[in-house]
Design a protein around this ligand. Structure first.
Ligand SMILES: Nc1ncnc2c1ncn2[C@@H]1O[C@H](COP(=O)(O)OP(=O)(O)OP(=O)(O)O)[C@@H](O)[C@H]1O
Length: 482
């Protein structure tokens, strides 16, 4: 699409947006339950001249003709049809999967998952990937990236009748063990991972390897397949980059590479240069959007002094016991300490952190996935890519180091089509600077006022608990002595 045509399209969208102001909802303060008018900071300030917000709402940009790079326009893979009115919302398009030339087992699996239309990243990434092109895709959390790369991967293996005897056909690298397990076919525990569902009607011997960045062995055996890098930004952290370089060295020259990320950074761009042989097709679903988080997510922060922080968390959790909540902490020890403390005061919770054995982490993860309500205390280990169903609240007891991490954390809620969720960030008065970084990163948060008077008197609760405990201890001692 030529630049002027694109500008005109954007202008039209801007106008449309002005005509239809988005109503502000009335919302309950999550801490004391007070109803207050929602006033997100910065949503309007974030409006940029590109005015692509409407596109994020599905008003355009969906499906075909998406415009970042003319190449996609030419793609013949999808059976192009005249759509008429597009009705996509949020992350969705009105382009059905049935437009794609997919195999029967894949189509059956998609139908069984209950998906009819593609999300934006799917509509834009699947066609070129099916054609064997290289793609670098960036789209917000919970927007369906997993299917965007796994459908073409499975199709590739199916079409060339790949079997395990041929070696490894596709390697999908993802950053954490949980993420790899979630997508792993051989993992029998119940999971909502789309890859497992997608492979349901395919032969189980497809040479698809999913794992962390340590998959060097498989890299050598990658026959003539495809390398997929999921959560590229996270791979760059810590030791993963070095591991990835080792993998690249062992990979065959002739391969198809796809790289996906939720947060686009300069580092990811540099990493992409390393990953691709040539110039990939770049698909930036959210480029130009006025906010980087999803529509269905309500985000707020509260400023709480450190001596009241636990009490406010306790009040929040007590108020929201019927909900499914993830609480993020900055360290493993902090997760352990707060989990024990909450259990001690009779607030049941799960906990997951890097100092636990893998088996324990995995069991807890699946237990929380299955739970309809409950509290999971965790570190950033659980922030990336995990698709946990129906999480209502993301609480950040400690703010993360960077907005990027914040975006991944809150991305564990309000996922998928029409997903809704809430996020609450705790800030100490001296941490207010973090709001500026969030604003720069186009994250709209509003302030939830914290009323000291409404904070519960945990002291009296603890006293009554310790009385019970003392009574039990005395009873035990009495039995032992008599
Ligand atoms: N076409 C679709 N229609 C409806 N729901 C979908 C569709 N594709 C995926 N989903 C659902 O959306 C949710 C999020 O998908 P997915 O885990 O792939 O997101 P993601 O973009 O990889 O997120 P993250 O960046 O957090 O890893 C999942 O529950 C998935 O089942």
């Amino acid at each position: 699409m030529c630049a002027s045509a694109m500008e005109m399209k954007k202008e039209k969208k801007c106008k449309k947006r002005k005509d239809k102001p988005i109503p502000r909802a009335e919302e309950e303060n999550p801490i004391d339950g007070k109803v207050e008018k929602e006033e997100e900071h910065g949503e309007d300030e974030y409006q940029n001249s590109k005015g692509l917000e409407e596109e994020a709402n599905g008003g355009g940009g969906e499906g075909k003709g998406h415009g970042d790079d003319g190449e996609e326009e030419k793609t013949p893979v999808a059976k192009k049809q005249k759509t008429g009115e597009k009705k996509g919302f949020g992350i969705m398009t009105s382009d059905p999967f049935s437009w794609l030339p997919l195999s029967e087992p894949t189509m059956t699996a998609i139908k069984e998952m209950g998906f009819v239309n593609m999300t934006q990243i799917q509509a834009r990434a699947i066609p070129p990937l099916l054609e064997g092109k290289e793609v670098m895709g960036a789209a917000r959390t919970g927007s369906g990236k997993t299917l965007a790369f796994s459908i073409p991967a499975v199709e590739l293996l199916y079409n060339i009748k790949f079997t395990a005897r041929n070696g490894t056909g596709v390697i999908i690298i993802c950053p954490t063990r949980e993420l790899a397990i979630q997508a792993n076919l051989s993992f029998v525990l119940q999971t909502h991972a789309v890859v497992k569902d997608l492979l349901k009607h395919h032969s189980q011997t497809l040479g698809l390897v999913i794992g962390g960045a340590g998959r060097r062995g498989e890299a050598e055996h990658l026959a003539k397949g495809c390398l997929i890098i999921d959560e590229a930004d996270r791979i760059l952290e810590a030791n993963f980059e070095e591991d990835m370089k080792q993998i690249f060295k062992r990979l065959p020259e002739k391969r198809q590479t796809a790289l996906f990320t939720a947060t686009q950074t300069k580092e990811v761009e540099d990493f992409a240069r390393l990953s691709f042989k040539g110039k990939p097709i770049y698909i930036g679903v959210d480029d130009g959007r006025s906010k980087v988080t999803v529509e269905g997510l309500q985000q707020g922060y509260c400023i709480v002094p450190s001596n009241k922080r636990f009490l406010v968390l306790y009040a929040f959790l007590k108020r929201n016991l019927p909900k499914k909540i993830m609480v993020f902490f900055s360290s493993c020890n902090s997760v352990k300490y707060h989990a024990e403390l909450l259990r001690y005061i009779q607030v049941d919770c799960f906990d997951i952190h890097g100092k636990q054995k893998q088996q324990k982490r995995t069991t807890t993860f699946f237990d929380f996935c299955k739970a309809e309500k409950g509290i999971l205390l965790c570190t950033d280990l659980a922030a990336r890519g995990l698709d946990i169903p129906a999480v209502d609240w993301i609480v950040q007891y400690d703010p993360p180091d960077e907005p990027k991490e914040y975006i991944h954390r809150v991305g564990r809620t309000a996922r998928g089509e029409g997903g809704k969720g809430h996020a609450l960030l705790f800030l100490l008065p001296e941490e207010l600077q973090f709001l500026r970084y969030l604003k720069e990163a186009k994250v709209p948060v509003k302030e939830y006022e914290f009323n000291e008077k409404k904070v519960p008197n945990l002291q009296s609760h603890l006293v009554s608990l310790s009385v019970d405990i003392l009574e039990v201890a005395f009873a035990c001692a009495y039995i032992a002595l008599s």
